[in-house]
Design a protein around this ligand. Structure first.
Ligand code: BEZ
Length: 253
């Protein structure tokens, strides 16, 4: 998960946002890690998918820039290796057969430096398998935040990077990673309960809320719920407008 050294609320993350790693199962199939392989999990969060890669028999290293997430990953999976580092700064001790990343790269800037680091970590011919927020991801939520905070303030607080296929394929190509498959698809994500949107905002849009008084936060939540509920709230749950960019690439010499 996250890139910036933010104090992630791990308890809230593990209790209410398990869909982050549940959805990652399909990406694990695409990775198809096998016994004897070395795999790097970039943005591993609290380690759930890292442990699934280990269960497949691979030797896996999970990295994340959040101290809270790495601390929790070490508690959850004490036998696995987790490193606290920015992805862009990571220096592998030995090259990896594969680099994996689920729901994390949209937090990591600058993306060029992250791609260069991923390429450095891979063996020639090694694979990069990733999924994260693509162009247009959570756009209705972002639009609501622009409406509530103003365009300039919302832009200054926006931590996300949601590239198109073309933009990201070009970036990977420049890093020496040849794209062999890429897709951008809608994946509306169900967040349970009337309070689900404000819970999501507190978990994933915390930078937009920084510096707001408790009263101003409450007003923003109510306004966001009013703006978004006609399109997004039904049958007791919010459908957040996720769009995923899934990419597979190969390190070329
Ligand atoms: C995502 O997984 O696409 C995502 C999650 C939280 C905030 C922004 C994007």
């Amino acid at each position: 998960m996250p890139g910036p050294r933010m104090a992630w609320d791990v308890e809230r993350y593990e209790a209410s946002h398990g869909y982050v790693w549940d959805y990652g199962a399909a990406l694990l199939d695409l990775l198809a890690a096998g016994p004897g392989e070395r795999v790097l999990d970039v943005g591993c969060g609290s380690g759930q998918l890292t442990s699934r890669i280990a269960e497949a028999g691979a030797a896996v290293v999970g990295i994340d820039a959040s101290p809270n997430m790495i601390a929790q990953a070490r508690i959850n999976f004490p036998n696995l290796t987790f490193v606290l580092t920015d992805a862009a700064a990571y220096c592998a001790e030995a090259p990896f057969d594969a680099v994996f990343s689920n729901a994390a790269l949209h937090w990591m800037k600058p993306p060029e430096a992250v791609a260069a680091s991923i390429a450095r970590a891979l063996k020639t011919g090694g694979r990069f398998v990733a999924e994260f927020g693509g162009h247009g991801n959570v756009e209705a939520v972002a639009e609501g935040l622009r409406t509530c905070l103003g365009i300039t303030r919302a832009a200054a607080r926006n931590p996300w990077y949601f590239p198109s296929i073309g933009e990201y394929a070009t970036l990977l190509d420049h890093a020496g990673l040849e794209v062999t498959a890429a897709s951008l698809f809608e994946r509306p994500t169900r967040v349970e309960g009337e309070g689900g949107l404000r819970d999501w905002l507190q978990m994933f849009a915390a930078t937009f809320l920084e510096g707001l008084s408790a009263h101003a936060r409450e007003s923003l939540f109510v306004r966001m719920e009013t703006l978004l509920s006609p399109a997004m709230y039904r049958d007791g749950a919010w459908q957040i407008d996720y769009r995923r960019l899934r990419v597979v690439a190969k390190k070329v010499a």
